[in-house]
Ligand binder design. Sequence first.
Ligand code: S3P
Length: 446
Amino acid sequence: MPNKPHTVSARKSGPLNGKVRAPGDKSISHRSLIFGAMAEGTTTVTGLLEGEDIMSTANAMRAFGADITRAANGTWTVVGVGKDGLQTPDAPVDCGNAGTGVRLIMGAAAGYALTATFTGDASLTSRPMNRILHPLRDMGVTYKAAEGGRLPVNLSSGGDLKPISYTPPHASAQVKSAILLAALNTEGVTEVIETTPTRDHSENMLRAFGVTVNTRKISLPGMTEGDSISVKGPAKLTATKIDVPGDPSSAAFPIVAALITPGSDVVVENVMMNPTRTGLFECLTEMGAYLRADNFRKSGGEVIADFHVRYSKLRGIVVPPHRAASMIDEYPILAVAAAYADGVTIMDEIGELRVKESDRISATMALLIENGVDATELKNGMRVRGGAVAGGATVKTHHDHRIAMSALVLGLAAANAVSIDDAAMIATSFPNFFEMMRGLGAEISE
Ligand code: S3P
């Protein structure tokens, strides 16, 4: 059951100190359960993020016929549906707050002869689904959606889709992944063309499940280069073992907290360094952060490292728009770092932030402005002038875990406490956030 709404405050803290471990990556955790459920055989998953979003995905895949259990030692076992395929669920599938969950599962379900209704919480039912539904319709799926292509969506497939070549209009790993999942049970070659590379966890994990995924550089009209990612179906997934690496998007919170809280010296271990995810670390380094990655090693097919981070005098930067896909979930916490930096930080051409768990451009701007930061909302971006932060406001989180955690981090170095109207959503992606932050010395109270 989701947590009850509750308010929390963060106030000016002494130096943060200690060593913490980043929780399991949310993107890889969703994929491990979805792919494992579609596979033949029993997949085991260690290091799974046990957040509410992932539990919603586990329940959804159970509803489609997979058997998913957790052992006392924290290892998860997924008995896939294999040859029988995903089955029509008995009841509407509630994906909670999880955009990745619902979009990837719709793609997976589309390849089988079934009918399913998908729904979610107040945030998820306000997010656009046409970006998935339109290419799936091109492949042969029929559906009924609420106004504007929102959930609830009733999706029907005859399990006899036709392959497509599709260029998504937005850089989106969710769209790419949904199409590749539908392609697995589709006769012929289905291709996604990316004009901007997005996280490649689906490609990597499909290969771990024994599927051949072809990727090649192609030239696009206008002399630009793109990537073609394709799967020839039908392709069988064979169960495997997955060790989920730590989530760079969650590591971002203790890292920025240490950078802005005077005297801090923190180590964050187990951070995935996949280059499609590390844009925030590049930005922070350009801003003058003491942020050193070492102890590089492999976990679950990904490179991971430990970050040593110290309080740093930051300076504003212009974030290159081409970096957006590699840090798409990190803009709210980058804006918090920018609020403590000397000078101006500009984050532009990030209109996609308006359709995340909340409109993250306006929610981040309200978070900063109400706490006395000189910030300006741009049409598709944000401009933040750093300096001392007054704090003192209660931030509206709009059911968005990353807005909630960003606001609390802002409060750790502000003159007055920063509160949030609801901390419940933090459990969707970072269930031990409070324990970890308090363990480092953060003054966060209910
Ligand atoms: C994700 C892709 C991104 C990201 C989300 C996770 C994924 O969404 O914001 O948190 O796991 O594929 P988009 O595909 O909408 O960019």
